[in-house]
Design a protein around this ligand. Sequence first.
Ligand SMILES: *Cc1c(COP(=O)(O)O)cnc(C)c1O
Length: 416
Amino acid sequence: MTRDDAAALDAADPLAPLRQRFRIPPGLIYLDGNSLGVLPADAPARVAEVVEREWGQGLIRSWNEAGWIALPQRVGDKIARLVGAGPGELVVADSTSVNLYKVLAAALDIARAGDPARTVIVSERHNFPTDLYIAESLARERGCELRLADTPEAIAAQLDSRTAVLMLTHVNYRSGRMHDMAALSQAAHAAGALAIWDLAHSAGAVPVDLHGAGADMAVGCGYKYLNGGPGAPAFVWVHPRHVERFWQPLAGWIGHAAPFEFTPGYRPAPGIARYLCGTPPVLSMAALECGVDTVLAAEPLGGMRALRAKSLALTRLFADEVGSSCPGLALASPREDALRGSQVCLRHPEIGYPVIQALIARGVIGDFRAPDILRFGFTPLYLSHVEAWDAARHVAEVLRTGEWRRPEFNRRNAVT
Ligand SMILES: *Cc1c(COP(=O)(O)O)cnc(C)c1O
């Protein structure tokens, strides 16, 4: 493909106007929206308004008058539209790690109430570490076992009559490989287990249909493809058939049926509200709402289906161009569209880290995931085909010129 071919794709791209909804530094090719989404253009004014007017002037009255207390549900209902959940079924709260703790604990309770011998959590060794750490700590706390499949293909064989829950991340953070949520949820159910899905790299990136796929519970991240800002709160969904069966373990006052009765005993709120714990972070939620609105802005233009089609075109373009110009880099994400999320990963046994640093110095932002992965996330809301093409050319030039050898590109930062 030539650069002109890429420009022609941009000229015909119905989603191109969505880029105006973001503030992207000029000249930057940002391929890290899978780690921290870019700033929505509406967010600075909205956050300033919440600070100056709602907080500054309204003060405590704003819990009611500005609707602060309902933010977890209001923003939750917007995210629900992106992941195939119903209204009133999903709330924004805490971090992904904390929400995973809540749903995993509830799932273990549900499974063991049915059969006390169900004590195994099945996941995969290449899952995101925090997911595994949370599962490991719950397994210790409850005398359960964490069983890890070494490959995606080996997961189903790990499920048996002792399995309580299958806990997976839908799109792998490192490889970009996407699971078949419906098939694996069904496999979990066939074994008598529940299915929990982490949508950190899915929500706002690929179409998700939690109800259609038969998922039982899900969590996801606010600061990646939802563009909610650094440390944005996360979300949690529990299927209505399970939501009132158990307490989640972090019973806090905001998840109480009547927080302002200040009673000494806990009574869980009906529905998903019981998965709230403490006071919502209002400033962060205001920013997150702006981010979620950027994704919802695609709805009149074809929504997640249209975003997915563009995302696949961008990742295919980038992978093809790098493939033809950089023989030293192996493609580490699936070539097959149905198996690939919204990112492209390349592998090099030695020089991944300095190559990424050299690219960042050129204004092409990707990231490095140890030990050997160069990771490039493609957010179809704001990226163009020309940017994907240019990024591939930069990768080729960094390799051809040996620029990555410079000492400053070989010093490790704390965040890679
Ligand atoms: C990014 C990510 C998280 C982040 O969890 P936090 O609690 O928000 O830090 C969790 N799980 C997966 C799979 C992720 O990709």
